[in-house]
Design a protein around this ligand. Sequence first.
Ligand SMILES: [Zn+2]
Length: 387
Amino acid sequence: MDAHAEIARAIDNYRDKVVALSHEIHEHPELRFQEVFAAGLLTKAATELGLEVERGVGGLETAFRAEFGGKGPTVAILAEYDALPNGHSCGHNLIAGAALSAVAGLKSIASLPGRIVFLGTPAEEGGGGKIILIDKGALRGVDAAMMAHPTDAEFCTMPALATQHLKLTFHGHGAHAALAPWDGSSALAAVIQTFQSVDAMRLHLRDGSRIHGIITDGGQAVNIIPERTECLFLARAKTSKYAREIGARVIRCAEAAAMATGTRVEAVVEGGYKNLINNLSMAHRYAAHSEALGAKSVEAPENTPTGSTDMGDISHVMPAIHPSFAISRHGEGNCHEDAFVAHADSKRGYDAMIRIAKAMAMTAYDLLAEPNLLASAKKEFEARKES
Ligand SMILES: [Zn+2]
């Protein structure tokens, strides 16, 4: 039996176990950095596959790492398993199941021509677990990385945007709102003015950019001129450089609003994710396997609506792919919507998870077995790397 057939056979044999595990994670949604239950199930399953699992990697309680294989290059398969406040509305239980199944498939190969790293990465939803793991060296020695994410489309690439998280706190002067409003300066007026200036700026942003914000503190009492207010903004763009530029422009809007209202603003940049550089050498090989398995997977068209992910940061340090697999039909609910929670625990979702696991495992195997494929992925990575 050739390696691809062996991988497919092993993943099919593993199906019942991994579907049950993925369902259990779905039933116990855990927010970023709190994924104790999910990490526990995944590390237990990896141990049962005969892997030696390191827990608490990079100082993150719910991160884990296992490595196996022979001599040669190293490919990492990444799992996510955090949920959102409305449950597994991003389907990370399927990401975890797909990664674990891919690992089970590759583990079944008797003499693997290289090494596989199974990396459990917490807190994709806002915590940037992968950024911490990169910084702590959890990906040192890895030549290429991959994961796959459920959506409503079948794409071998994902044009994820870079982000900048901003926290703006305005400090005004409180006063009785009827008795002596002239003695006050309104931090609420400043925050409202900031949102208006940001809206006026939108026209002048490059296509594909996004700015969205919420007011997290709008004042303390209706009869006191608000002394303190706070808002959060998320600026997104196709490149990290442009996301930083938009972030700086939002801060200028806030400074202008503070000046106009006689208040003071404290602006904090709370980090962000990098845009995703899709390695096409890897993506095309993945697409070929996906098509052979019955699902045509194409490159996402220019300006496909997209979000952001800390997999973007991985793609800036090594060749990487983050294909999307369809678990719903267009219009039936997409990531982060309540309706997507059910899709993440459906037969269609689990069928896609198993198929995607095979395509990833076969692509990882090819990267280990075909020096030319990895070389071209690396050459492309060097050519497209952003400074
Ligand atoms: Zn997600």
